[in-house]
Design a protein around this ligand. Structure first.
Ligand SMILES: NC(=O)c1ccc[n+]([C@@H]2O[C@H](COP(=O)([O-])OP(=O)(O)OC[C@H]3O[C@@H](n4cnc5c(N)ncnc54)[C@H](OP(=O)(O)O)[C@@H]3O)[C@@H](O)[C@H]2O)c1
Length: 393
């Protein structure tokens, strides 16, 4: 065995534990996520993406669809990661056609395909990644965007992998997909990973021991699972970034998390089961009323994702990563639409992130017992031991 550092040899951290922020802090910061500024081409300028390959999950609807359409009008080749949707949602074949039409209208003949992936089923995540790897192409941008809200989940639902469904769809599957595609990303010149987290992460509670408790109702009093999922996802982004920077193989990969805004999208639709009661119907009506009055369009929300995928500001930091621009922000950020913002204190707390990192990876390994390395994860764990280096990066 080599003498490389590993998690098991990491020094104990002497940081004080994070104090749970107050209700007021959480509420104010979550509300800051509902920023109505209308973005224009001046804020998010068109970029030449010809020859680039971009994967967007959850791209048949909402933010993912609008982002994919914009990428295609700028010339990118796209793989839309979608499931066979419920009958009330847009089918991916229709989304592909609209995106191809938009690309052609902008004089681009790019490849746009949809490939099956169900974020509630890790076998399909693995099959999707293998299909991509078989193409041998370097991956330029991975957009981990698919997501679901508690009201579209059934009570106490566990997936066939035995994981709480919101936790798997919103967090675990994206993390697994990223590990599997890491090698392919590393072959691109200046690859980026963008994770659609949420301003709701401010309403989350850091309770990793219960994050996969399938007996907890999707909405419960102490925050909700969605807010917790998004907090964990944003924390994982920060920890992943730290480890990528410590790896000679992966340090040119830039990973960020972002809140798209309060969006008038399909996220607010209730599942048939949750709509069956008069209380459910009233809640759905109220939410849809609020989002139709106060929400911004999916296109506006998507511009944040597009900005993170293309701007110099959120690309690699040349002086650290060897790619990108001098003084760029690099990775590990929480971005509110297109503006860098301060995330929940847990996101910046190394000890909490380490605890979470081990718990999340343990969950994935618990299901995918056959995979020792999990794509690039083995490498990232070996480089993860040097906490002291973060301040120099
Ligand atoms: N809307 C907001 O105000 C808001 C705010 C903050 C963050 N976000 C985040 O933004 C992202 C996009 O949401 P959106 O607002 O664009 O909502 P949306 O229109 O409902 O889009 C969600 C996408 O995720 C896909 N998806 C859901 N479950 C899936 C599964 N098991 N497997 C594969 N794909 C699945 C959906 O596909 P189907 O059509 O098959 O369901 C859809 O394409 C989500 O991560 C959401 O949490 C949204």
């Amino acid at each position: 065995m080599s003498n490389e550092p590993s998690l098991k040899t990491e020094p104990e951290l002497n940081e004080p534990p994070v104090q749970d922020p107050s209700w007021l802090y959480r509420t104010i910061n979550a509300l800051k996520g509902c920023n109505w500024t209308t973005l224009t081409e001046t804020d998010v300028p068109p970029t030449d993406l010809r020859g680039k390959w971009i994967i967007v999950t959850g791209a048949n609807n909402g933010i993912g669809f609008e982002a994919a359409k914009t990428f295609a009008t700028w010339g990118a080749n796209l793989i839309l990661g979608c499931r066979e949707p419920p009958k009330w949602e847009t089918h991916p074949t229709i989304a592909v056609q609209e995106i191809v039409d938009a690309a052609r209208a902008a004089s681009h003949e790019c490849v746009v395909e949809w490939w099956a992936i169900d974020m509630g089923d890790l076998d399909t995540v693995k099959a999707f990644a293998e299909r991509w790897i078989e193409t041998g192409r370097p991956l330029d941008v991975l957009c981990n965007n698919a997501g679901m809200a508690p009201h579209s989940a059934n009570e106490q639902a566990a997936t066939k992998d035995g994981i709480q469904i919101l936790h798997q769809v919103n967090t675990i599957s994206h993390i697994y997909l990223t590990y599997l595609l890491l090698d392919s990303l590393s072959k691109s010149h200046s690859p980026r990973i963008i994770c659609t987290t949420s301003c709701h992460h401010f309403r989350g509670f850091f309770t990793p021991s219960t994050m996969n408790d399938c007996t907890i109702r999707p909405v419960h009093l102490r925050g909700d699972l969605y807010a917790n999922n998004k907090l964990y996802f944003q924390m994982w982004v920060a920890e992943m970034n730290r480890r990528l920077l410590l790896s000679d193989k992966y340090k040119h990969i830039t990973i960020n998390g972002f809140n798209p805004g309060f969006i008038n999208s399909g996220l607010w639709k209730f599942s048939e089961e949750n709509r069956a009661t008069s209380m459910g119907r009233r809640m759905e009506w109220t939410l849809n009323f609020l989002v139709s009055r106060f929400g911004i369009s999916s296109y506006q929300g998507a511009l944040g994702l597009v900005y993170l995928a293309t701007s110099g500001e959120f690309g690699g930091r040349l002086e650290v990563q060897g790619v990108g621009e001098l003084g760029a922000r690099g990775g590990g950020n929480y971005v509110n639409r297109i503006w860098k913002a301060t995330p929940m204190p847990y996101v910046e707390h190394l000890g909490s992130r380490r605890e979470l990192w081990e718990a999340l990876n343990g969950e994935i390994r618990g299901v995918r017992k056959d995979e020792e390395e999990l794509g690039g994860l083995g490498e990232l764990e070996r480089v993860g031991g040097d906490y002291g280096r973060e301040s120099r990066l």
